[in-house]
Design a protein around this ligand. Structure first.
Ligand code: GDP
Ligand code: MG
Length: 452
């Protein structure tokens, strides 16, 4: 998406005369790209109309930065769609709140609700999980397994497969289990009681009826609609169908790791008038990120992940180091010393698992998930090797400087095999590539949309 949009903008920028036709061509190109990213047709059309209203042809002709004007307009419009103008219901600690998860089967409810509980537990809540899914065989076992791992109390009943065959489970069953669970955890002073419900592929009428009954009986303070982002253009209708049956107050979009292009999230927000609060980025319970509109949109527009990059730098790099670092990066300099300082920052932040993927390029390869101890050891090892480097080597941005004799000297100095030093330098080169993308961009002030 990002590619086609920047291409369209580039073409328009290159045109000597910007008239209505050039602008229209550009907007059509962008429209096509957004549709391909699964943004709902009607949203795209409305956006196109709005952009035309906002973008003034005279401004474009007057030699202002055309690309910037249009890109800013698209960016703002997409942010507007994703921001329904209200926050998800804010739960109050210490007072029992009930949160109900709804969504089709396979959308990722059970995977996410444990993580949602865990996320709040770490922030001082006392969560509990209730499995009101009596439809899918094994639903309770799945929740139980996740909850046990995260040490979160849970409630539910195993539906033995034999039983399902012979006895038709009465409709009231999930409702009864949900109510029992909620009552029990209220008595136990839990302040965040999460109800996981069933979701079916078919039988939608039955599903919605069951959902309504569970909702009426447990009176949730918040209903979270969980949606698989890979459903593409179907997102709008699906989200709307759920909204019409229960009072959806927030959205979680899952499977953002696959081929999904993210447009579905816009549709879900537009359909439910509720904010996205988290996104799921993998099968593992931990692959779960707090949702933030601006970085998401800049990623959707392929703005080099800029805003996300900046946010992460603001998060990890101490304030007093930021201006200098940004200055260097904008000059295209990523030295070994910068890498060293970022290693220091990361190690200072505590267990590596928690700062996983905090800085661009520092994830996957360097710090694979689930191997935190190893990653930490590796970073420390790299730093020891860098301690044997000269200032010239640390501050150079010339990759050719690190010749064989220097590498041998460093290896001797830190008492490690040459292979390890080479390995560390490879890592440096990889990071330099990622961070080198910042080159030439103007240094933004904090909070400013940097990609524009
Ligand atoms: P539920 O039926 O709504 O409770 O969905 P589950 O939580 O059981 O998830 C259904 C399947 O999707 C499981 O195999 C999960 O591992 C997988 N899954 C859930 N979330 C994600 C995600 O964000 N990315 C990917 N790739 N798979 C996911
Ligand atoms: Mg489930």
């Amino acid at each position: 998406l990002g590619g086609s949009i920047s291409r369209a903008l580039q073409q328009m920028s290159n045109a000597t005369i910007i008239d209505e036709k050039v602008l229209n061509d550009c907007l059509n190109e962008i429209t096509r790209a957004l549709l391909q990213a699964d943004v709902q047709f009607k949203l795209v059309r409305d956006m196109q109309t709005n952009i035309k209203k906002i973008v003034n042809l005279d401004d474009l002709a007057a030699g202002h930065n055309k690309r910037k004007i249009i890109q800013q307009a698209i960016f703002n419009e997409l942010c507007k769609i994703l921001d329904p103008g209200k926050l998800a219901f804010t739960l109050k600690k210490g007072k029992p709140s009930v949160v109900m998860f709804v969504g089709l089967q396979g959308s990722g409810k059970t995977t996410r609700c444990t993580k949602y509980a865990y996320y709040h537990q770490k922030k001082g809540w006392k969560p509990a999980l209730v499995c009101a899914d009596t439809f899918r065989a094994g639903a309770f076992d799945q929740l139980k397994q996740n909850a046990t791992k995260a040490k979160i109390p849970f409630y539910g009943r195993k539906s033995s497969s034999k039983c399902v065959e012979v006895v038709v489970i009465p409709k009231s069953d999930p409702v009864r289990i949900a109510v029992e669970g909620v009552e029990r955890f209220k008595k136990e002073n839990c302040d965040l009681i999460i109800v996981d419900t069933s979701g079916r592929h078919k039988q939608e009428a039955a599903l919605f009826e069951e959902m309504r009954q569970v909702s009426e009986a447990t009176k949730p303070d918040l209903v979270i609609f969980v949606m698989d982002s890979s459903i593409g253009q179907a997102a709008f209708d699906q989200a709307q169908a759920f909204k019409q049956s229960v009072a959806v107050g927030a959205v979680i979009v899952t499977k953002m790791d696959g081929h999904a292009k993210g447009g579905g999230a816009l549709s879900a927000v537009a359909a439910t008038k509720s904010p996205v609060i988290f996104i799921g980025t993998g099968e593992h319970m931990d692959e779960f990120e707090v949702f933030d509109v601006k970085p998401f949109v800049s990623r959707l527009l392929g703005m080099g992940d800029w805003s996300g990059f900046m946010d992460k730098i603001h998060e990890v790099v101490p304030m007093d180091q930021q201006p200098e670092l940004l200055q260097k990066l904008s000059e295209g300099t990523f030295t070994l010393r910068i890498m060293y300082e970022q290693f220091q920052n990361i190690l200072k932040m505590g267990p590596i698992g928690q700062v996983f993927s905090m800085l661009p390029g520092f994830s996957q390869e360097l710090m694979p998930q689930g191997r935190e101890k190893e990653s930490q050891a590796k970073i420390k090892r790299y730093m020891t090797m860098m301690d044997s480097m000269t200032n010239e080597e640390l501050d150079s941005s010339n990759p050719k400087l690190m010749n064989e004799s220097r590498i041998m000297r460093i290896a001797r100095g830190c008492g490690r095999p040459v292979r390890d030093v080479v390995d560390m330098l490879e890592e440096y080169k990889r990071l330099a590539k990622v961070w080198g993308k910042m080159k030439g961009l103007k240094i933004p002030k904090k909070g400013e949309m940097s990609a524009l």
